[in-house]
Design a protein around this ligand. Structure first.
Ligand SMILES: *[C@@H]1O[C@H](CO)[C@@H](O)[C@H](O)[C@H]1NC(C)=O
Ligand SMILES: *[C@@H]1O[C@H](CO)[C@@H](O)[C@H](O)[C@H]1NC(C)=O
Ligand SMILES: *[C@@H]1O[C@H](CO)[C@@H](O)[C@H](O)[C@H]1NC(C)=O
Ligand SMILES: *[C@@H]1O[C@H](CO)[C@@H](O)[C@H](O)[C@H]1NC(C)=O
Length: 154
């Protein structure tokens, strides 16, 4: 019983640490070689958590290959992070005053690399320390984006 209760509270606090990719919207058009803003939002929770690291990357999608079909059920985002566009600290901040208070976020400007597919997976890997233990918390989230000028395969 005790074990179950501990496990449940761990799951709750782990979920509560989760970040969201709030910009760009899924399936937005992006252009290789151009900069885009990636906005990572951290919903407000009661649980203390210490931000440790964030990695933003982009991996190609291929509907012909089961494991690389980013829209398919077999896609495992943790298998392939692709090109690393940012790695470093994550320091989300509040950017507006009450009464309109959006949750804290941080904008990252990254350059879209040359990729050979018309869709890519934008992947955010997030590591923090959760709770008073603290316990390590690692999550990998993604959205799919459309590339308007995929590089020609050589
Ligand atoms: C991106 O591609 C998807 C699937 O091909 C399509 O449904 C969606 O409308 C596209 N988005 C834009 C902004 O064109
Ligand atoms: C991570 O960032 C550092 C500093 O910007 C850079 O030197 C390093 O090459 C990056 N690592 C990867 C895997 O991109
Ligand atoms: C973050 O980026 C979004 C989209 O470009 C922009 O609307 C917002 O003002 C930016 N926030 C800050 C604090 O620069
Ligand atoms: C997205 O790109 C597609 C193909 O290049 C184009 O047809 C469509 O108009 C674009 N959509 C937006 C919202 O820019």
């Amino acid at each position: 019983m005790k074990f179950l209760a501990l496990f449940a509270s761990f799951v709750v606090s782990a979920l509560a640490q989760s970040i969201d990719i709030t910009i760009p919207a899924p399936y937005s058009n992006i252009t290789a070689g151009r900069d885009i803003v990636v906005q990572i939002t951290k919903p407000v929770t009661m649980d203390p958590s210490l931000e440790e690291a964030l990695v933003i990357s982009m991996a190609t999608c291929d509907p012909e290959a089961l494991e690389q079909d980013c829209n398919g059920p077999n896609y495992d985002v943790t298998e392939r992070l692709g090109a690393i566009l940012y790695n470093g600290s994550y320091t989300p901040e509040r950017h507006q005053v009450p009464p309109s208070v959006p949750p804290p976020y941080q904008n990252f400007t990254v350059q879209v690399p040359q990729l050979e597919t018309s869709q890519v997976s934008l992947i955010v890997t997030h590591f923090s320390l959760a709770g008073i233990g603290p316990s390590p918390f690692l999550e990998v989230k993604n959205i799919v984006l459309n590339v308007t000028n995929p590089a020609v395969q050589s």
